[in-house]
Design a protein around this ligand. Structure first.
Ligand SMILES: *[C@@H]1O[C@H](CO)[C@@H](O)[C@H](O)[C@H]1NC(C)=O
Ligand SMILES: *[C@@H]1O[C@H](CO)[C@@H](O)[C@H](O)[C@H]1NC(C)=O
Length: 281
């Protein structure tokens, strides 16, 4: 299966995904996801000069996977209005575990393919996965992310069309993409590793960043990428070979070593627009 040549779209998508700290007005939901994100590249010595944008040509097969997880306690502090699709708004059963953002395909040079060829997202394809999907892969925003080809759609559709379609030949279709991602997420339980190491949700504690990184390194032998919003941990990403053995991620040039040395894992109670217990940082 070849990937479609969509140079311009790909460029803007790529730019949006990692380089943009202030997104174009149209992609409100992506602002939700990426604004204020500050990432640390934890491993020194990576090539700083890798271009942000892939230049031209067919998209070749990807090199490795990156599993991106989000910490709802941090994301949900940004919630300004509510809707049924936003898990931040259902506080009674809102998760206090890392939830899935996506399983992304990456190149070793720090770039990535996106919007490859594949069928458009169809929720019916994953009807048997909806229960775990809603629990572990919830949308934490009300917006409709832009999928490929400038359409707006559901969060899952965005993840499948932009990233999942590029996971061929490891992953062949939409169902396999979501099932595979859930399985990897279940197998490498980041929440458990952090909780076992004493890094539990709290609105008062701050944890040493190095300790969080070490806990994951000890458990899975890979160095995670961390994204913060202020001093709150917002995303945690770990990388895998195509056989889903952990490996280190390639250096992401648009992201800086800028989580503070002590970070927080905001708790459930600080969630959502109704909560006034914790001011957004
Ligand atoms: C991961 O570990 C946490 C904490 O022990 C637990 O609550 C959660 O259910 C686990 N997640 C999965 C997907 O097994
Ligand atoms: C904040 O929450 C407390 C308790 O939930 C409530 O009594 C108080 O009125 C709230 N304050 C504002 C400004 O909403």
């Amino acid at each position: 299966m070849g990937c479609i040549r969509k140079k311009e779209i790909q460029k803007s998508e790529n730019w949006k995904r990692r380089a943009t700290m202030s997104s174009p007005p149209a992609i409100v939901n992506l602002r939700m996801l990426f604004v204020c994100c500050i990432l640390i590249a934890v491993k020194g010595g990576w090539d700083e000069e890798v271009g942000l944008l892939r230049r031209g040509g067919e998209q070749r097969e990807f090199d490795y996977f990156k599993l991106a997880l989000q910490w709802p306690g941090t994301y949900c502090r940004k919630t300004r209005h509510c809707c049924s699709s936003n898990a931040c708004c259902t506080r009674s059963n809102s998760p206090s575990v890392f939830t899935i953002h996506g399983l992304w395909t990456e190149y070793n040079d720090g770039t990535w393919p996106s919007c490859c060829s594949g069928r458009p997202f169809d929720e019916k394809e994953i009807s048997t996965l909806l229960e775990p999907m809603r629990k572990y892969w919830p949308s934490l925003s009300c917006g409709s992310p832009r999928s490929c080809h400038h359409k707006k759609g559901p969060f899952w559709g965005h993840e499948w069309e932009k990233h999942g379609t590029c996971a061929y030949p490891v992953v062949h279709d939409e169902y396999e993409f979501f099932l595979t991602t859930l399985n990897v997420y279940f197998k490498y339980n980041i929440t458990e590793v952090l909780f076992d190491a004493g890094y539990v949700p709290s609105n008062s504690e701050k944890y040493p960043l190095g300790g969080i990184i070490s806990a994951i390194q000890n458990a899975f032998h890979t160095i995670p990428e961390l994204v913060c919003s202020g001093d709150a941990l917002e995303e945690l990403r770990i990388c895998f070979y195509k056989n889903f053995e952990p490996r280190d991620c390639a250096h992401d040039t648009s992201l800086r070593r800028s989580c503070p040395r002590y970070v927080s894992l905001p708790a459930h109670g600080s969630w959502g627009f109704r909560s006034n217990t914790t001011a957004a940082s």
